[in-house]
Write a protein that binds this ligand. Structure first.
Ligand SMILES: [Zn+2]
Length: 263
């Protein structure tokens, strides 16, 4: 690596190290996943500590270090403080950064970085629906990484998919229908409404997606199959996903306050 460089990065993981340091796993825009050390980050005088919170997006100055860790010399936080007490938001963010963390070191994918930054901003927004944000990100990430699921033709026999109930098999590459679905014991349910939504999402129709009236069944099914798909192709379990199903559904603020909830 050349001398000191500027980049932008998202904190995927961090652990305390030695007396006052932190070791971080960052997903950077121009450098991909990197290991980094923030010396003295746990001292009260350090500017690095507060900037480099988990899930934070930061403008960084990094210098080569000894071994494989780069040294963070400056960090300026660009994202708002994370709502740590909100377990649903935190679990969604953990799944999203887990996707970047599963990539090989040094593989820069600026478009994925931008999508992850946007997804985390939405998940951390008190008005935002973190689970919808995660589902949207999961499909975008799959497409950017080359694993866009088959949604128009059966992943088993390549026959056209009809508007009806189906199944989803990550190892086959997408949606199965009819005999192909029946004969695959590993496939998970993908009901007609879920398939329709997946197709609109694949078209990039975010305005429509933001107006979806979620049922618990639709949300859970969409989330399960997209996360299973991503985890299969990343060859890594996205463990934080297991938390989501124990946390129940996200309720829009209007509904939580007893309003009509006409999203
Ligand atoms: Zn088929």
């Amino acid at each position: 690596m050349a001398a000191s460089v500027r980049d932008e990065g998202i904190v995927c993981r961090r652990v305390d190290y030695a007396e006052a340091d932190r070791i971080l796993t960052l997903f950077t825009r121009d450098g991909g996943k990197v290991g980094a050390i923030a010396r003295g980050a746990r001292t009260s005088r350090s500017h690095l500590g507060p900037a480099l919170d988990l899930f934070a997006r930061c403008a960084l100055q990094v210098a080569p270090g000894r071994g494989h860790l780069v040294v963070i010399t400056q960090a300026e936080r660009l994202s708002r403080p994370w709502p740590e007490a909100d377990l649903t938001r935190t679990a969604c963010a953990a799944v999203a950064v887990g996707t970047a963390d599963a990539l090989q070191e040094g593989l820069a994918i600026p478009a994925l970085y931008d999508r992850l930054a946007s997804a985390l901003a939405g998940m951390g927004d008190p008005q935002g629906d973190p689970r919808a944000e995660l589902a949207w990100f999961a499909l975008e990430a799959a497409a950017l990484l080359g694993y866009q699921p088959a949604l128009e033709r059966c992943a088993g026999c390549d026959g056209p998919l009809v508007d009806g109930d189906a199944a989803f098999a990550p190892d086959r590459g997408g949606v199965l229908q009819g005999r192909c679905a029946e004969l695959d014991p590993g496939a998970v349910p993908c009901h007609a409404v879920t398939l329709r939504l997946l197709r609109r999402m694949a078209d990039g129709d975010r305005r429509l997606f933001d107006r979806v009236r979620w049922s618990d069944g639709l949300r859970d099914e969409l989330e399960r199959l997209l996360i299973a798909h991503l985890a299969y192709h990343l060859d890594r379990p996205l463990r934080a996903a297991a938390l989501l199903h124990g946390l129940g559904g996200w309720v829009p603020p209007a509904q939580a306050a007893g309003g009509a909830g006409t999203r």
